[in-house]
Design a protein around this ligand. Structure first.
Ligand code: GDP
Ligand code: MG
Length: 213
């Protein structure tokens, strides 16, 4: 039986974008609303099965706070893969992600496989799926400009500044982030740690790009 190949992977990104949640979804297939912020870094492992081989990820989940920034090189120095996470409902988190990518491309292993991941996809999908709307509130005020969205129901009273819902919460257009990722040579995906959408795929796509020793 083949021994799994060890792959050191580091997660980077602004605080609260969902790094630990993405890892928890991948490793335990679980999600919790009230995750404690990571202090320093957390270490987890998870196997990833491809058609022709098995990898064992050694995952370093770093803290996003600025005061921990100086520790990051310890975690990415020998990493073969990095997942740089931003929150698609927070534009500034993409800027932070870009600065991590730059740092990795300057300082990390030149062959490192980097994935850019826009997390919290559930928040821009239907409010029902997001689970954020208070009980009793229905998803009737969506301002979706998405071509695939259903047309709005007419005849409603305009609501006074409703809580933002659906696509109106999105601050980072998918095609903009994808274009940046392509230009920078990164894998790209949008995920929801909450629903699990896209999470396993990120780690599988990375695994496919890890060279066979
Ligand atoms: P980290 O600081 O990057 O590790 O972020 P955490 O994983 O600690 O998550 C920060 C907050 O965002 C927590 O309250 C999570 O429950 C929440 N969160 C993380 N991922 C998602 C997601 O995909 N969707 C939603 N709705 N919330 C998320
Ligand atoms: Mg964390």
């Amino acid at each position: 039986v083949d021994k799994p190949v060890q792959v050191k992977l580091v997660l980077l990104g602004e605080a609260a974008v969902g790094k630990s949640s993405v890892v928890m979804r991948f490793v335990q297939n679980d999600f919790s609303e009230n995750k404690e912020p990571t202090i320093g870094a957390a270490f987890l492992t998870q196997k990833c099965r491809l058609e022709d081989r098995v990898l064992r990820y050694e995952i370093w989940d770093t803290a996003g706070q600025e005061r921990f920034h100086s520790l990051a090189p310890m975690y990415y120095r020998n990493a073969q893969a990095a997942v740089v996470v931003y929150d698609i409902t927070k534009a500034s988190s993409l800027e932070k992600a870009k600065s991590w990518v730059k740092e990795l491309q300057r300082q990390a292993n030149p062959n490192i496989v980097i994935a850019l991941v826009g997390n919290k996809l559930d928040l821009v999908q239907s409010p029902a799926a997001a689970g954020a709307a208070p009980a009793g509130e229905e998803a009737e005020d969506e301002e979706a400009d998405d071509a695939t969205a259903t047309p709005g129901e007419g005849g409603e009273q305009p609501l006074p500044e409703p809580e933002q819902e659906g696509e109106s919460l999105r601050q980072v257009p998918k095609d903009e982030a994808a274009a940046y990722a392509q230009e920078a040579g990164l894998l790209f995906a949008e995920t929801s740690a909450k629903t699990g959408e896209g999470v396993v795929e990120v780690f599988t796509e990375i695994a496919k790009k890890i060279p066979i020793e």
